[in-house]
Structure formats: structure tokens, C-alpha cells
Design a binder for this molecule. Structure first.
Ligand code: KE4
Length: 427
């Protein structure tokens, strides 16, 4: 038994499922998770000293690669001045200014500690600002684990029958959460027509990255914008994954569609626990202490976390050419995986947008959550295990994404595709 297995046995006695977040337990891929000791660039090392090329990238934050000196040095400097003050600091002003400079249509920012908190707060603000209770989300989209969003959620909170995706969420809470189908504007319009004047917001992952990766059909996002404008609902882009990943200005810039509220996480913390929700001054000034929508947090805007986030966002602002390089690496990976699958005679559909991609074991196009669910999940699990054995760490579940970082170079892409050719043949 390896050291990861030994640790996992101990962990299962102390932590639910042996982990602090369900997907890390590797249940979807039928093996004990690797316990990681350190990371650098595109690589992870586990407790048994094995090295992996990492395509989880901490589920998105590590867009520059692990242990980037610009971020590490910023954190080392910040730590020397103390960890937390519970008082406003200069860095919170600086990162808020930077976000408003990089992200279109954003005038004000509130920092929180996770994507879940950002989305929960943005939905509360939408309800407070409109005086309406109903919200529309999309089946297969995941927006963190706050009660009203654990309905038909994707990724590790999977459930797809309109009931809460979790025990402990009262039906009375989720009755205000209506579910439409991603890439199906008619399903949204039907809900808006069924509840005239009652929809507070439509919340969407502009690129659905919790059902694997599924991009918006042409016109879908603009269609949501138009439906919101016509109905008085607010459009919330949950950019916890796409924010600062698709472009410096995120999905609003990448797709040219304006959201009323935008939520961030992951990349804006540079690896530290940070989330944020942002929007116009008119909306954001309805948040306490200047408005009636309450939200608070002991460690929100934590100085060390802000230092990491500022360093990473500042680097992304100063190196906009990085996005073309990340997209090119994504394309190279996607094309290489398609070629490997063809050579192996294995039916695989690869969806790729910028530095986000996902394989689906199906011969068919995957443009909806139904399509994604129709792919061969068992084959994905075998593919995952084969790649892990060859030193490639992928998302340990089909309904997740592969994340590419600036540290993934030609050597890493070549090694990944070589491993994929072997594994796909053996499938
Ligand atoms: P956190 O609370 O995990 O920081 O963010 C929640 C969240 C919100 N919105 C979107 C679009 C997200 O993808 C997430 C979290 N993503 C998952 C990956 N599917 C995080 C990994 C995990 O749950 O351990």
C-alpha cells in the first residue's frame, strides 16, 4: 500500500469521505486519491514521490502554473506584515480598482472568501434589488453549495430531477429556483412567461464547465441578455471559472455580452481563498453598509490573499499575450487528443474553449447537459486511471474541466498526448 492509500485510510476516519471537498475523493474514478505534497509549474508530486503533469490546476486558480515566483514573493512579503487585521487595507482598494479596470461594465466590487459566497451574495443582491424571489439557473451548471443553487447542479453536486441536489435543503427554499436547459433559449423564455414579473435573475456559467466543458451556442448569451432586458430580470455571469481565464475581461469581453452582476473566484485569489461579486455602482451600493442587502465576512479582503490575487491579476493584465498562448496550447491538446482517439478507433468528442477543455466518450456532439450525461462515464474513469498511471493528473470526474496553465509547454503537451495514445488504444 502506498503512502496516499495509508493517508486516505486515516483521512476517512477523520474527514467525511477523507476529503474537504467531495470531488477530491476520486469516487467517480474508483480509486484512492493521490495525496499531494508539493507543486511547481505544471507539475504535482504525491506522497510517494511520483510526479504528475497537472490539468486540475487547483480547479482553475493556477493559470500561471504552480509556485509562480511573482505570486510566492508577493505572499512572502505580505505575511511579514501580519495575517489578518479585520480592518480595511490598501490592497483591497488596489485589487478592486484592478478588477474594475480589467472587467467590462464593473464599477464596484465586494470581496468574499469563495465562489460559493460570491454567488450566494450576488443572488441575494439580485433579489434585493428587484424585490423578486424566483431565480433561473441551468441544469448541469454548478454555482457552489448555497441552498438555493443546489438544484440540478453539475459537477460533484450532480442531481437532475428538480429536487435539491443535496439533503438538508428544504424544498421550500428551492421552490424559487427554476431550471432551464443550457443552450435552449426557449426553455428560459417559457419560465419567464410562466412567472411574469417574478424572476429576479438568470444565472449562468457563460461556458458551462461543470458538465465537462460545453460552450454557449451562437447567440445564446446575447439571447439571455435580451430576455433579461425584456423581463426586468438581472443577468448574472458566474465567472468563477471563466473569469480572467478566457480573457483579461473574462466572458463579457470574450463573448461581447454584458452581465448585470459577475461573480469571481479561483484565479482572483492566485491560489488563496478569494471570491468576489461585482456590478454597477447602482446595484452594488445596495449592499451593506450602504444599502439594505446584508453580507459580511471575517476574512473577506484578507491582506495575504489580496497580495496573491493582486500579483496574479497584475501579471495577467501586463501579459495579455498569454491568452493567445493559452488558447493555442488548448487547441494543440484538443487536436492531439482527437487524433489519438481516431488512431485508437475510440469515439471521443473533445470540447475546447481557450484553456478549458474536456473529453467526452461519445461519437456525438456535446452541446447540452443531456448530451454530456449520455457519454460513457465508465470509459472516462478508465481513461483517467490510465493517464494517472502514466503521470498525467486529469479531473477525477467526467463533469469537470481540464485546465491548462502558462506552465504547460511543448514537453508537457507531448508527454500528455503520448500517454493518451497508449491509454486510448488500451480502452
Ligand atoms: P467555491 O465555493 O468552490 O470556491 O466555488 C464554487 C463555484 C462557483 N461557480 C462555479 C462556476 C464553480 O465551478 C465553482 C466551483 N468549482 C468546483 C469545480 N467544479 C470546485 C472544485 C470543488 O468543488 O472541489
Amino acid at each position: 500500500m502506498g503512502r496516499s492509500e495509508e493517508l486516505f485510510e486515516q483521512a476517512c476516519r477523520l474527514l467525511p469521505g477523507g476529503v474537504n471537498s467531495p470531488v477530491r475523493a476520486y469516487r467517480a474514478v474508483g480509486m484512492a486519491p493521490r495525496f499531494i505534497t508539493r507543486a511547481d509549474g505544471a507539475y504535482l508530486w504525491d506522497e510517494d514521490g511520483r510526479r504528475y503533469i497537472d490539468y486540475v490546476c487547483s480547479w482553475g486558480p493556477m493559470i500561471l502554473g504552480h509556485n509562480h515566483p511573482v505570486i510566492r514573493e508577493a505572499v512572502e512579503r505580505a505575511v511579514k506584515d501580519g495575517l489578518s487585521f479585520g480592518a480595511p487595507t490598501r490592497r483591497e482598494v488596489e485589487i478592486a480598482r484592478l478588477i474594475t479596470e480589467m472587467v467590462p461594465h464593473v464599477e464596484m466590487v465586494r470581496m468574499v472568501n469563495s465562489g460559493t459566497e460570491a454567488v450566494m451574495s450576488a443572488v441575494r443582491l439580485a433579489r434585493g434589488a428587484t424585490g423578486r424571489d424566483k431565480i433561473i439557473k441551468f441544469e448541469g451548471c454548478y454555482h457552489g453549495h448555497s441552498d438555493c443553487l443546489l438544484v440540478n447542479a453539475g459537477s460533484s453536486a450532480l442531481a437532475d430531477d428538480g429536487r435539491p441536489s443535496s439533503a438538508g435543503v428544504p424544498q421550500d427554499i428551492v421552490r424559487h429556483t427554476l431550471t432551464a436547459r443550457f443552450n435552449d433559449l426557449a426553455s428560459v423564455e417559457a419560465l419567464i412567461d410562466a412567472w411574469p414579473g417574478q424572476i429576479a435573475c438568470v444565472i449562468v456559467e457563460p461556458v458551462a464547465a461543470n458538465m465537462g466543458v460545453v460552450g454557449p451556442a451562437p447567440g445564446f448569451l446575447q439571447g439571455l441578455r435580451d430576455l433579461c432586458d425584456r423581463s426586468g430580470a438581472l443577468l448574472i455571469f458566474d465567472e468563477v471559472i471563466t473569469g480572467f481565464r478566457l480573457a483579461p475581461g473574462g466572458a463579457q469581453q470574450y463573448f461581447g455580452v454584458r452581465a448585470d452582476l459577475v461573480t469571481f473566484g479561483k484565479i482572483i485569489g492566485g491560489g488563496m481563498p478569494v471570491g468576489a461579486y461585482c456590478g454597477s455602482r447602482a446595484l452594488m451600493e445596495q449592499v451593506a453598509p450602504c444599502g439594505p442587502v446584508y453580507q459580511a465576512g471575517t476574512l473577506s479582503g484578507n491582506p495575504v490573499a489580496m497580495a496573491a490575487g493582486l500579483a496574479q491579476l497584475g501579471y495577467l493584465r501586463d501579459h495579455p499575450d498569454l491568452y493567445d498562448r493559452l488558447a493555442e496550447t488548448g487547441r494543440q491538446l484538443a487536436d492531439g487528443l482527437r487524433a489519438a482517439a481516431k488512431e485508437a478507433g475510440t469515439a471521443v468528442t473533445i470540447n475546447q474553449i481557450g484553456s478549458l477543455l474536456a473529453p467526452f466518450f461519445t461519437p456525438d456532439a456535446v452541446t447540452t447537459f443531456t448530451d454530456a450525461k449520455g457519454s460513457d462515464l465508465g470509459r472516462y474513469a478508465r481513461y483517467f486511471r490510465g493517464m494517472l498511471e502514466r503521470g498525467i493528473a486529469l479531473a477525477p470526474a467526467q463533469f469537470e474541466a481540464m485546465f491548462v496553465s502558462a506552465a504547460h509547454g511543448q514537453m508537457e503537451i507531448g508527454a500528455t498526448l503520448a500517454a493518451a495514445r497508449e491509454v486510448l488504444r488500451a480502452l
